[in-house]
Write a protein that binds this ligand. Structure first.
Ligand code: FES
Length: 132
């Protein structure tokens, strides 16, 4: 039986296939679109050979975390929101401000990257009609 991005149970956190490691490892950060709409989009990071995923919209006021600066300070990986410069730990989603960014589990199997999420995910935006 097929698994991965085949999910007909709405809002269940399932493993969603994103794409091949060979492609997704070419960029340090990219936006992954959610079928639930932009508030559920994901920011996929590839840093030092590891993938991480956070919610793409900042927990503070919805800024585009996928456009933030990434810093590695002695192994502490952080992304800084471009709107108000709040820091978020890329592994834990925690900010020194006390905010918590949603973290999504990521796994690699057979050269494919999967992210656990409540909706289908895609590298391309979903047409508006599929967001319901
Ligand atoms: S919206 Fe991200 S720090 Fe304010």
């Amino acid at each position: 039986m097929a698994t991965g991005d085949v999910g007909n149970t709405p809002n269940a956190n399932l493993w969603r296939s994103i794409g091949p490691v060979t492609e997704l490892s070419k960029r340090q950060c990219r936006l992954i679109h959610s079928a639930l709409g932009c508030n559920s989009d994901v920011c996929l990071f590839f840093i030092k050979g590891e993938f991480f995923a956070l919610a793409a919209r900042c927990a503070h006021a919805g800024g585009p975390l996928y456009e933030g600066d990434i810093e590695d300070t002695d192994g502490l990986l952080q992304v800084f929101c471009p709107w108000h410069d709040y820091d978020f730990n890329i592994r834990t989603g925690k900010s020194q401000t006390g905010l918590q960014q949603e973290v999504h589990e990521v796994k690699v199997e057979d050269g494919i990257v999967y992210v656990k999420h409540a909706s289908l995910l895609s590298l391309q935006p979903f047409p508006p009609s599929s967001k319901s």
